[in-house]
Design a binder for this molecule. Structure first.
Ligand code: TNX
Length: 711
């Protein structure tokens, strides 16, 4: 099915001792006296991390966040930190600005030396308080992301938890390896409402991602309003992959500015992508003159790639494309404070060399005219690039295997052409950094044209050798030309059951459900490659640190994949599942059919979409079991008639707190949970992974249909 794949082709880490440790299990370091000390499990791994004796600093409701400056951005980071800590702690920490630090405070000092760069910071925590020092607000913000990881996992919860809120004692000095650490959302194939992009910004910022690449246009949709060309959104935004008839599947200028401002508040730069000359069906459907026959194409809502091309066949059309790009890029650039515009360039099998060159020339002049730096997929190396351009490498093992041979791939030749022009590179190797690849055969969403990308595969690569021969020598892109890395989450197959084409829109989850599942835990892996020194790269260390983040994601409500091969802690602290969750097996979620409010209705499973009828509020009871209340009906998960028999229907019913409405939730070692009726001891079980499969209680059979992901 993967079409054009192969297409035009087209720490101080001192030890690896595994040990069971509470909450903040992490790297084991030799302490000052040579004794083993457990360091907090920070992701990305800091440059240097040293154990500090003592039990750490415990926050109280009065602990001040003391910013040693009146600079608005620095004070803003203080307010951001207080806001982060408020929901779980229940504290409204006072944010103050003083000239000299007092004790027993979280001190944010933006007056540090520039030695660690704009993003670097030091963090010292001990029994008398915590101090984050940086040269300005951005470094403080990165340090705050480390600080939150020094607190118990429950700090990520959106509801008040008991605490105590003790910051692990540690001394950290940190700065990024690469300046560009990106994540891409494909809002073109699947439209993400503004709130869901903001959610992702917050999730990515936790791992010190500093660039959000928005793939705003593609065959299946045009997502940014351009005042001078309203048809781009009235027509071009009416489709998504698998959907037609939309009227609001785009960002207005105000929406986009809101996103840019939100990203800025998380010290993240937005890179807008206007893809071309291929991936342009939405534009071709909106603007007739972009087609060689001057007839608008029909809007496209399918699943293919490599199907479209601007008309670049004659001087008049080349001029038309040029003026179209000037209009679009000047409008987008005017709304974008960041330095970049991404002009795509991928997968244009039908373009001749001169047509392609004409596109690059038009896109480059439109971008340069706005004073912006050009970014393109590595194919763009074929054209003439303005000085300072960036290319995004998305090649794979087949490209590497060809390096230096007599038959280098087209991709490697395009990369060489870019290198020869002085371009810098963003590394997004598709066999490691494409988050739309399935993790394994159980992944309900995404593609596998690069094979499966396990968490380990997402982690096990190195930017300086990702364009080198397999023995790691003679990289096509020299180390000094690497600007950074980016994880790319395409969305052309963002539906459950993606090994075949979808048969109903019911298979499409909300974008956040897809995004959380595909990004966690792989986005933190790519983030660590971009941030941490190569010398700290170690799967054993990473996977051990990552495992302790599982409870953080659970507390934060992130729908992560508890991938096998990582020692996720079991169920965690009592009450840790309190809150709203989806409950799914094989991508099929426990579901109140058609959001019915009828009592006694048997529940079923349906493709996970995260709607309210698939949301369940877990509330832990005195015996440790949970009641589950449906978000659409307000009724409770119930074994019909309090039956003790295998096969009895699981229904929704008015909440009573009875034993047949209480569920014992047990974590499985490989991830996921069983839910046993507190009355019968039998397990919540779905009949199959087909939509509408009935849910019953059954004896424990070890079946995957009894193993639930609580998202
Ligand atoms: C390739 S690589 C694409 C996208 C698809 C993706 C699916 C590249 C720049 N383009 O159009 O969404 O594969 O994995």
């Amino acid at each position: 099915m993967r079409l054009l794949r192969g297409r035009d082709r087209c720490l101080a880490v001192f030890g690896a001792m595994a040990m069971a440790v509470p909450l903040l299990s992490g790297t084991v370091a030799a302490g000052p006296a040579g004794a083993a000390a457990v360091l907090p499990a920070v992701v990305p791994q800091p440059v240097s991390e040293t154990a500090v004796a003592g039990s750490g600093f415990t926050l109280s409701a009065q602990t001040p966040v003391d910013v040693l400056s009146t600079d608005a951005a620095a004070v803003g980071v203080g307010a951001y930190l207080a806001g982060l800590l408020a929901p779980a702690t229940g504290y409204t920490l006072p944010v103050v600005s003083t000239a000299t630090a007092q004790g027993q405070a979280i001190v944010l000092d933006p007056n540090g030396p520039l030695a660690l760069g704009q993003e670097g910071y030091t963090l010292a925590s001990g029994s008398t308080g915590v101090t984050v020092t940086a040269h300005g607000a951005e470094g403080l913000f990165r340090g705050v992301q480390t600080l939150r990881q020094l607190l118990p996992a429950a700090v990520e919860s959106s509801t008040v938890k008991p605490g105590p809120w003790t910051v692990a004692p540690v001394q950290i000095s940190d700065a990024p390896r690469y300046p560009y650490r990106g994540a891409m959302l494909d809002v073109a194939r699947r439209f993400y409402p503004v709130a869901q992009v903001k959610r992702f910004i917050d999730e990515a910022a936790t791992y010190k991602i500093n660039t959000l690449h928005l793939h705003l246009t593609d065959d299946q949709g045009w997502r940014i309003a351009i005042g001078a060309l309203p048809s781009l959104t009235t027509v071009g935004a009416s489709t998504q992959s698998g959907f037609t008839g939309g009227t609001s599947w785009y960002y207005t200028a105000a929406d986009y500015q809101d996103l840019v401002a939100y990203a800025k508040s998380r010290f993240m730069t937005v890179v807008p992508e206007i893809d071309g000359p291929g991936h342009t069906s939405a534009a071709l459907a909106s603007v007739a003159g972009l087609n060689c026959n001057n007839q608008a194409k029909a809007p496209y809502s399918g699943f293919d790639v490599g199907i479209s091309l601007y008309c670049l066949g004659d001087a008049q059309h080349i001029a038309g494309v040029g003026s179209f790009l000037s209009t679009v890029i000047s409008a987008v650039a005017a709304l974008t404070p960041g330095p970049y515009v991404h002009v795509g360039g991928d997968e244009t099998p039908q373009a001749t060399a001169s047509q392609y060159a004409a596109y690059v020339s038009a896109a480059a002049s439109a971008t340069s005219a706005q004073g912006k730096t050009l970014i393109g997929w590595h194919q763009l190396g074929q054209g003439t690039l303005p000085a300072g351009s960036l290319l995004q490498f998305w090649g794979d093992a087949a490209d590497r295997a060809s390096v230096g041979g007599s038959q280098e791939t087209v991709g490697i030749r395009q990369v060489r052409a870019g290198v020869a022009q002085g371009a810098k590179f963003i590394m997004s190797p598709s066999d490691h950094a494409y988050l739309d690849m399935k993790y394994d055969a159980s992944t309900p969403y995404g593609l596998s044209w690069e094979g499966y990308v396990s968490v380990q595969k997402a982690y096990d690569w190195e930017p300086t050798t990702v364009t080198a021969t397999t023995d790691g020598t003679s990289p096509v892109v020299p180390a000094g030309r690497i600007a950074g890395v980016e994880a790319a989450l395409w969305a052309d197959r963002a539906y459950a059951g993606s090994t075949s084409l979808p048969s109903s829109t019911g298979q499409f989850p909300e974008p956040w459900v897809y995004t959380d599942h595909m990004s966690f835990p792989r986005l933190p892996a790519i983030a660590e490659i971009g941030w941490s020194p190569q010398s700290t790269h170690d799967w054993a260390s990473f996977s051990r640190r990552l495992a302790t983040h599982g409870p953080r994601w659970t507390a934060a409500g992130i729908n992560f994949y508890a991938a096998p091969g990582i020692s996720w802690p079991s169920s965690g602290t009592p009450g840790s599942l309190d809150g709203v969750h989806t409950v799914a097996t094989g991508g099929q979620a426990l579901d109140d059919p058609a959001s019915s409010t009828a009592t006694g209705l048997q529940l079923d499973t349906w493709a996970l979409h995260g709607g309210s009828n698939q949301k369940w509020t877990f509330a832990q009871q005195a015996d440790g079991s949970y009641t589950l209340t449906n978000g659409a009906s307000g009724l409770c998960l119930d074994v019909n008639g309090g039956s003790m028999s295998a096969g009895a229907a699981v229904i929704q019913y008015t909440c009573s707190g009875g034993a047949n409405q209480r569920w014992q939730v047990t974590a499985l070692t490989g991830g996921g949970y069983t839910l046993a009726s507190a009355r019968s001891g039998l397990l919540l079980t779905t009949g199959s992974t087909a939509n509408g499969a009935p849910v019953t209680q059954q004896a424990d059979s070890g079946s995957a249909l009894q193993h639930w992901v609580v998202g």
